[in-house]
Design a protein around this ligand. Structure first.
Ligand code: ZN
Length: 347
C-alpha cells in the first residue's frame, strides 16, 4: 500500500513539474513579448553606443530614436536649471565613458560648455541644434548678439534636433542604421502631430487673452510658432537676478491689459511670479497662477510629463485652460503613444 502510494505520489510530482515548466515557459514568453513591444531601449542591448545627453529633452529624443540599441543617460533630471548647472565629478566620468555626447549649445549649458567642448578630442560631441537654419533662430536684442537657446518649444524646429540625433547614432553605429531610421521616421510623425496639436489648441484662446507671462524668457519660440505673445520677468537666462523695476514694469502691463493668469516654471524658483501676483493685487487686479510649466526641464521620470511630447502637451493644455481656451478631452493617438515613459531603471 505504501509502495503504491509512493509510486502515485512520484507520478503526481512529475506531472506537477511538467505543468510548472509549461507555466514558466508561458510566463517568460509573455515577458519577452512585453519587453519587445516597449518603446524604451534595453540598456546596452545589441552592443549599441553609450549616449550621454545634457538635458532631459535631448535624452528623450535619443532614447526614442535609439530604442533597442543605444544606452542613454541624461545628466540633468527633473527641475534642474541648465543655465546654472555645473558638471559633477560623476558627470565627468559619464562624459568620459560616453561614445556620443549630445548637447543643446547656444549657451544653454552656460556653466558646462567648457567641459563638453574639451571632450571633443576623444569623443563624438554633437550639438543637436547645429543643423537648424540660423535664420530660424531667435536673436532677441536683450541677449546681445546670442541666439535664444530654448529651441525645443517650436516642435517643428526641434524635429531638426531629432534628425541630427538620428544621423549621429547612424554615424557611430552603422549596424543599427535601419532601426534608427525606422524609429526616427515614426518619431518625426509624432512630432508633426504635436506641432499641429499645439497650434490648434492655443488658437482656441480668445485673441485678446493670448499672452503668457512666465518667470524667465523660455517661451519665445513657443510664442512665435503657436501665435501667443510671451512676456517674462527675467531674460533668456536665469543667470541674473530680476530687478524690482522688471517686476513693476510687468505689473503695469498685466493691470492695463487685464491679463488673467501667470505661470510658474518647474526649474525656476517661483518667488518673482508671486511678487507679480502681489503687485497686481495691490493695484486691484486679481491675477491667478495658471499652473506650473515645464520650461528647461521635463517632468518627473515615469510620468507622461517626463517625456518631451508629454511636457509640451502639458504646457499647451495648462496655458490654454488658464487663458480661457478649450483643451481637447481626447488626444490624438499618435501623441498618446509618444507620451509613454520608459520603464523604471532604463533612464
Ligand atoms: Zn531657460
Amino acid at each position: 500500500m505504501q509502495a503504491m502510494f509512493a509510486a502515485v505520489s512520484s507520478r503526481l510530482t512529475s506531472v506537477l513539474m511538467v505543468l510548472l515548466a509549461c507555466v514558466t515557459l508561458a510566463l517568460s514568453g509573455c515577458k519577452e513579448t512585453a519587453s519587445t513591444a516597449a518603446v524604451a531601449p534595453k540598456a546596452g542591448a545589441s552592443g549599441g553606443p553609450k549616449v550621454v545627453a545634457t538635458t532631459g529633452m535631448i535624452a528623450d529624443v535619443a532614447r526614442t530614436i535609439g530604442a533597442g540599441r543605444a544606452q542613454v543617460t541624461a545628466l540633468m533630471g527633473e527641475g534642474v536649471d541648465p543655465h546654472l548647472y555645473k558638471a559633477s565629478p560623476g558627470d565627468v566620468r559619464l562624459l568620459t565613458d560616453a561614445d556620443i555626447i549630445l548637447y543643446n549649445g547656444l549657451h544653454l549649458e552656460g556653466r558646462m560648455a567648457d567641459v563638453i567642448t574639451k571632450m571633443a578630442s576623444d569623443t563624438t560631441v554633437v550639438r543637436v541644434t547645429e543643423s537648424m537654419d540660423e535664420s530660424q533662430l531667435r536673436s532677441p536684442p536683450e541677449f546681445e548678439g546670442h541666439y535664444d537657446p530654448h529651441v525645443w518649444f517650436d516642435v517643428s524646429l526641434w524635429s531638426k534636433a531629432a534628425e541630427r540625433t538620428r544621423d549621429a547614432l547612424i554615424a557611430k553605429d552603422a549596424a543599427g542604421r535601419d532601426m534608427y531610421a525606422r524609429n526616427a521616421t515614426a518619431y518625426l510623425e509624432k512630432l508633426a502631430a504635436l506641432h499641429e496639436y499645439a497650434k490648434t489648441t492655443i488658437a482656441t484662446i480668445p485673441e485678446g487673452s493670448r499672452v503668457m507671462v512666465t518667470a524667465h524668457d523660455a517661451f519665445g519660440y513657443f510664442g512665435r510658432a503657436y501665435g501667443i505673445e510671451v512676456l517674462a520677468i527675467q531674460g533668456i537666462s536665469t543667470d541674473s537676478e530680476a530687478s524690482l523695476q522688471d517686476i513693476n514694469g510687468l505689473v503695469d502691463t498685466l493691470v492695463s491689459r487685464k491679463v488673467p493668469a501667470v505661470f510658474i516654471e518647474s526649474s525656476v524658483p517661483r518667488k518673482t511670479v508671486d511678487a507679480l501676483v502681489e503687485g497686481c493685487a495691490a493695484r486691484g487686479h486679481q491675477v491667478k497662477v495658471g499652473g506650473e510649466l515645464f520650461s528647461d526641464a521635463m517632468g518627473p521620470a515615469g510620468t507622461p510629463e517626463g517625456t518631451y511630447i508629454g511636457m509640451v502637451v502639458h504646457n499647451v493644455d495648462t496655458v490654454t485652460a488658464a487663458l480661457g481656451g478649450s483643451v481637447p478631452a481626447e488626444k490624438p493617438g499618435l501623441l498618446l503613444s509618444g507620451m509613454v515613459p520608459p520603464p523604471a531603471g532604463k533612464r
